[in-house]
Design a binder for this molecule. Structure first.
Ligand code: ZN
Length: 489
């Protein structure tokens, strides 16, 4: 298998990727909590790990990609207290919590399909894995790293920290965490404010509850990922991913839970995508800059100057390296829209290039650059920059400034298809939108061939008339050295 490097958040350096099984890769990514419409913040991790999934598959790995659905136990403010976010929404809308979870799971799937995000191999729901979570809580209790208090089970962070290091992933020490957490108010069942819930006894009004050896209650939010990754990927697996915002406390707690229960690190490579900011600010409901994906696709939001297509959003995300911050603005998205259009037009032009006797540029250069960029911590912006350089060369070829043999043209098309469509996961929306373009194309070609004949007969009036009429209905005609080219504006 080809050698690639990934940045491992756990060791804070790029490492050569070596999966446990040389042909299979196990990858776990924290999925959405399904209590609201999918938003811009969901797009980045989804596209980032879709890119990694597609890339690993393209290298020949069999990838088992597990992305969970959080439909239980995710409390307000990510704290151990408060109301379950899904139950709260259910109460407000007078629905069953599972109706809320199902509805927003469907909304999430729809948005992901639009964004060209492939479905994972397994999509386990937390609510369907309560037994596995209870079993793991038992293992942590048996290992001595948790305690029961009033029907709830808490992770004993201090004890764990004596044997292992709590805070390894996020680079914290327990001392820093102690100074940064508020003191207990005396009402809590926890020994320390930094201890976190593995199982919570449900208050009488709490709807989502299951029986357990300790109480009728529900698992702590961090439990599901430890339990489900172990169930589907084994006690040790290759990649664990998610947004940087999940690093602490969520992933830190996952590491502690798995280490406590299994006696070892479960994930070998931790991969985190950076966040999307909006005009330099964090996205938040209170800031008025919270944009759902549907609002982006329709343009229906006060800060949006226009609608942006799903592929524009995908391209926008891919244009930045996943570990860099990405700032959303209308200007940035408009630039992405233009860039994507240029790329797709270049591909359409490539399809129409006529072969020549010799090639004036080395097509393997594009492949080498794309390959090196992807192998270097999935550097999608570098892939895009190589593709743009080649769009320029393709456009020159259409004007007669470059040429390619038939064999090189086929190779070039293969490289472009592989990187643009298979790996970056883009699609040509304009071609698809035109819908009837399959019908339109032969008709326009027929008219333009008639125009060529008219020109050959020096019948300039007919030639101009055809071109002007096509222009009037939005079809731009370009004369080429050996014929013509056209596009729908
Ligand atoms: Zn998780």
């Amino acid at each position: 298998m080809e050698k690639i490097v990934l940045y491992n958040t756990l060791t804070r350096r790029k490492e050569t990727f070596e999966p446990i099984n040389p042909e299979h890769v196990g990858m776990y990514v924290c999925g959405p909590t399904v209590y609201g419409d999918p938003h811009l913040g969901h797009a980045r991790p989804a596209v980032t790990f879709d890119l990694l999934f597609r890339y690993l598959q393209s290298l020949g790995y069999k990838v088992r990609y597990v992305r969970n659905i959080t439909d239980v136990g995710h409390l307000e403010q990510d704290a151990d207290d408060g109301e379950d976010k899904i139950a709260k929404k259910a109460r407000l809308e007078q629905l069953e919590p599972m109706e809320i979870a199902h509805y927003y799971t469907e909304r999430y799937h729809d948005a992901m399909r639009e964004l060209g995000v492939k479905s994972p191999s397994i999509e386990p729901h937390a609510s369907g894995h309560i037994i596995e979570q209870i079993e793991m809580v038992k293992r942590i209790l048996d290992a001595g790293y948790a305690y029961e208090s009033n029907g709830s089970i808490y992770f004993d962070v201090e004890k764990y920290n004596k044997d292992f290091h709590y805070g390894r992933l996020s680079g914290r020490n327990l001392d820093d965490i102690v100074t940064n957490t508020r003191e207990l108010d005396g009402q809590s069942d926890k020994h320390h404010s930094f201890d976190f819930a593995l199982w919570k006894k449900a208050a009488p009004e709490h709807i989502m509850r299951w029986p357990s050896p300790w109480s009728d209650g529900f698992p702590g939010w961090h439990m599901e990922c430890s339990a489900m990754s172990t169930k589907y990927l084994g006690e040790q697996f290759d990649i664990h991913g998610g947004g940087m915002d999940l690093m602490f406390p969520h992933h830190e707690c996952e590491i502690a839970q798995s280490t406590a229960a299994l006696g070892k690190d479960s994930a070998r490579y931790w991969v985190h995508n950076n966040m999307i900011t909006i005009n330099g600010q964090k996205m938040g409901k209170s800031l008025g800059n919270f944009i759902t994906l549907e609002q982006l696709f329709t343009g229906n939001h006060p800060i949006l100057e226009q609608a942006y297509t799903p592929m524009t959003i995908r391209f926008f995300v891919l244009q930045a390296h996943y570990r860099s911050t990405l700032d959303f603005s209308n200007e940035a998205l408009q630039a992405a829209e233009k860039g994507l259009d240029r790329l797709m037009k270049g591909i359409e032009t490539l399809a129409k290039l006529k072969p020549a006797d010799k090639s004036t540029a080395d097509v393997s250069e594009l492949e080498r650059r794309c390959k090196e960029a992807m192998a270097d911590d999935i550097n999608s912006p570098m892939v895009i920059s190589a593709l743009f350089d080649w769009v320029r060369i393709i456009n020159q070829a259409a004007e007669g400034g470059q040429s390619f043999t038939a064999e090189d043209l086929e190779t070039l098309k293969g490289i472009v298809n592989r990187y643009v469509f298979d790996i970056l996961g883009l699609r040509n929306e304009k071609a698809a939108d035109a819908g009837g373009k399959d019908m339109v194309s032969p008709l326009v070609d027929m008219l333009l061939n008639m125009r060529m004949e008219a020109k050959a007969n020096k019948d300039w009036a007919t030639s101009d008339k055809i071109r002007d009429n096509l222009t009037a209905i939005g079809i731009r005609v370009k004369d080429r050295k050996d014929g013509f080219d056209w596009e729908i504006e």
